[in-house]
Write a protein that binds this ligand. Sequence first.
Ligand SMILES: [Zn+2]
Ligand SMILES: [Zn+2]
Length: 438
Amino acid sequence: MGLSKLIALVVLLDLLSSARVARSEFDDAVGFLQRAKEPDFFDWMVGVRRRIHENPELGYEEHETSKLIRKELDALKISYRHPVAVTGVVGYIGTGKPPFVALRADMDALAMQEEVEWEHKSKAPGKMHACGHDAHIAMLLGAAKILQEHRDDLQGTVVLVFQPAEEGGGGAKKMIEAGVVENVDAIFGFHIATDTPIGVVESRAGPIMAGSGFFEAVISGKGGHAAIPQHTIDPILAASNVIVSLQHLVSREADPLDSQVVTVAKFQGGGAFNVIPDSVSIGGTFRAFSKDSFFQLKQRIEEVIIAQASVQRCSATVDFLDKDHPFFPVTVNSKVLHRHFEKVAAEILGASNVGDRKPVMGSEDFSFFSEVIPASFYYFVGTMNETQGPMHPPHSPFFRINEEALPYGAALHASLAAKYLSENHALSSPMKNIRDEL
Ligand SMILES: [Zn+2]
Ligand SMILES: [Zn+2]
């Protein structure tokens, strides 16, 4: 072989191998994880997370957080819609055409004081990112960066959903009302898990988190001298019996195989040792794993409170507070997307690091998305590192994030979306509207 032929062959082989690398980076999700673990990439995500952690903002007040997200999207040259649902941001990557796959992160902090002493401790007294939503934002921005680097390979559009007010404010519901997921074919959401090792992800098909609601009741009688009860109608005794009766709803009326919870967490009444008060207020939460069970429980809570109060000659009013705290639906994972998740996560992490997650009675407002998009999926990203000792659970003032987990969430979110598009672009209806935001 002549020298020129040899050089041509070497050049050809080189071209072929670089084409293969470029292709395999997209096809092989491991490439996404390697990218997210590169020092510059990792440090950028950590920086984003720490800046958000220092300035926690409550539901619908995430103005600075929203600004930070938009600045990062600008730097990545990703177009977006803002404001959506007050502080929400919705970014778009890809062709601008169907199919549309959404990735969601929540943005809000909690009204509590951080007790962890470290360099990036919350600078806002009484506010703390104690549920890891700061990490969720950094992970979704990480996924956005990866996807933007591969935008020419995307066979559809990724919709980046940064939503406000997950912690009880129903931010997801407001995002849906703003039209964010119209035409979206599938949506993925995640949460960091402090009870799962780093490098492990978990989920399940079907219901994974409960539907939830709150209730508050005022039980009214007639106050008076505590030593002369016959001249009073005692609401404390009535409320006590109401609480005991409420406990029988789950133990005697619910199917033991259909998990439900009724908890009275608030009892306020009286202010003196020797005075029976006029009224008492109680409140709590109820949870169930199906819509039918949930609304059956709601109806029976109201009936029991009113009827049981009347046994002790009291009247009662019941408020489910759903104007300010909308009922959270059950979070239900699509079976098809569960198979997709298992396959994609196993490619990145190995099949032994993709686990089953037991359902819990906690709730998540991602469920609003799962109610309107049948192809919805919620999963957990492990953050536990046993060498660092036990981790405090979310909503603890001592809650800490293991930042080593950020690349896992970023790479998996990006892979789930990219692969969903490549596997579903042929199935998507050409009749669907094309996004005009791009
Ligand atoms: Zn939370
Ligand atoms: Zn949370």
